[in-house]
Design a protein around this ligand. Structure first.
Ligand SMILES: C[S@@+](CC[C@H](N)C(=O)[O-])C[C@H]1O[C@@H](n2cnc3c(N)ncnc32)[C@H](O)[C@@H]1O
Length: 185
């Protein structure tokens, strides 16, 4: 199978998320990332998942129930995630920007709230915690969100975190960029 952004992100999460971890899925969507985080964090861990669409919350809860997994799935913007967790407590925050596959095409992640949510996620991470981002762009989404997110990440102080932005150099059709962030200890 050809390597892709989601498989790279999932491999990274498998390497970094341990049983007992506190994880946040900032874009629940169909719940696939939430389910992976639940499996990795295990019975002793805790997972919060956010989405602004009722349909995504319903789909995520249905997937979790089908797989016998538990997470708190919250209908709210990821920009508000600090209302639900203490600063410096999360082991992992996951973003999968873009739109809900098969959902309302008018609802998708936007630069200002995405940047605010990444900032919130970084404050929630504990030292040594990790963040992943699948950064979609192009087509109907345009390039505004990608440019805003990359500008924000490039401005982060390297004493607080390290950011690795990967770019598919020769793939057609604007494939999402995998981005990995480590909060310094
Ligand atoms: C590409 S999908 C996520 C896919 C998902 N991680 C999965 O595994 O199926 C992006 C999701 O972000 C959601 N979204 C858009 N803006 C949001 C916001 N401000 N806060 C939280 N979720 C948002 C959309 O409703 C959509 O469901």
């Amino acid at each position: 199978m050809q390597l892709n952004t989601l498989s790279m992100v999932h491999e990274f999460l498998k390497q970094h998320v341990r049983p007992g971890a506190f994880c946040i899925d900032a874009t629940a969507g169909k719940g696939r990332d939430t389910a992976l985080l639940c499996r990795l964090a295990g019975d002793t861990g805790r997972v919060l998942a956010f989405d602004i669409q009722e349909e995504a919350v319903t789909q995520t809860r249905a997937l979790l129930e089908q797989e016998g997994l538990t997470a708190q799935v919250i209908l709210n913007s990821h920009a508000n995630m600090e209302q639900y967790a203490q600063a410096g407590t999360a082991d992992c925050v996951v973003f999968n920007f873009g739109r809900l596959p098969g959902g309302d095409p008018a609802v998708f992640t936007r630069g200002p709230s995405s940047v605010a949510a990444i900032g919130a996620g970084l404050r929630l991470l504990k030292p040594g915690g990790v963040m992943t981002i699948a950064l979609y762009y192009g087509k109907e989404n345009g390039y505004g969100e990608r440019d805003a997110v990359l500008a924000y990440l490039r401005g982060l102080d390297d004493r607080t975190c390290s950011v690795l932005c990967c770019d598919w150099a020769n793939r057609r059709n604007d494939p999402p960029m995998p981005i990995f962030i480590w909060k310094e200890r």
